[in-house]
Design a protein around this ligand. Structure first.
Ligand code: ATP
Length: 267
């Protein structure tokens, strides 16, 4: 039986500093997200209401998962990653009991962030034709427990979800996310900041960050990371190529000296 993996805050290993750019988003998360996790006592149910759901939406590879992990880490919260795989494994057959177990687990290791990656595939349109009955039950059970969190301010559990397809979510789900944050493709200034963050610990000489940022229009943070990895391999490939050439030269030299001694003997 696959259980959702719980990652304690100290083992997450991603901080806000590892995320290039996205400064406004990091800032906007402080009051509705970080504060309730750290100081639920300040939220008395009046105007200061606890935010129980945050939706991060935007194109793939823009850092939504990274943000979710960094939030958990910086707020000292455990991180439970719940994907369709966890839900549709053995969990699925035991359906709603498993959702209950998820929230019990979250309460046990609290403060907790329950992270729903690709939330559209799990909590997508409820009226979808041919929707599996068990899936519908899971969704309803999830929503019941999620709503229940509002009556338990001491239980520091937050549902954080990410999607590339926000329009596949129905109103009932969307309205439960009090906080909705768009994580879009980075601007030229943001690409420069992301590149500087990604290459911060690397030995980089004569790189014009501004020029590279200008050349990478339409790249996501993930594309920029792949670009940096490919570039990092270049000197390694060149080195290996040189070493191979040296080996070939050595073999050639050995061969020609053998040939020379053969000719001598023959002579
Ligand atoms: P998806 O929607 O496909 O799940 P995502 O928005 O959740 O993507 P992440 O998984 O957080 O994106 O990012 C993928 C990888 O891209 C990260 O592991 C990181 O290496 C890199 N990355 C993305 N954005 C940034 C950023 N702003 N700063 C540094 N690295 C980034």
């Amino acid at each position: 039986r696959i259980r959702p993996e719980v990652i304690p805050a100290i083992e997450i290993g991603v901080t806000f500093a590892d995320i290039g750019a996205l400064d406004e988003i990091k800032e906007s998360l402080q009051e509705p997200v970080m504060l309730p996790l750290r100081r639920p006592d300040l939220f008395n149910g009046g105007l200061l209401k606890l935010c129980r759901g945050i939706l991060l939406f935007g194109p793939p590879g823009t850092g939504k998962t990274m943000l979710a992990k960094a939030i958990a880490n910086e707020a000292g919260a455990s991180f439970i990653n719940v994907s369709m795989l966890t839900i549709t494994s053995k969990w699925f057959r035991e359906d709603e009991k498993n959702v209950r177990a998820l929230f019990t687990l979250a309460a046990k290791v609290s403060p907790t962030i329950i992270f729903l990656d690709e939330v559209d595939s799990m909590l997508g349109q409820r009226t979808r034709v041919g929707e599996h009955e068990a899936m519908r039950k899971i969704k309803n059970e999830f929503m019941t427990h999620w709503d229940g969190l509002l009556t338990k301010p001491g239980e520091r559990i937050l549902v954080l979800a990410a999607t590339n397809r926000p329009f596949d979510l129905d109103e009932a789900i969307i309205s439960r996310f009090e906080c909705r944050i768009m994580v879009g493709l980075p601007s030229v200034e943001s690409r420069e900041m992301i590149l500087r963050t990604l290459l911060g610990k690397e030995k980089v000489e004569n790189l014009d960050f501004k020029e590279l940022a200008a050349m990478t229009e339409g790249y996501s943070g993930s594309h920029l990371k792949n670009l940096c990895i490919t570039a990092a391999y270049r000197p390694v490939r060149e080195l290996i190529q040189k070493e191979r050439l040296k080996d070939v030269e050595r073999v050639d030299e050995g061969q020609s000296s053998e040939d020379a001694s053969d000719t001598k003997e023959e002579g």
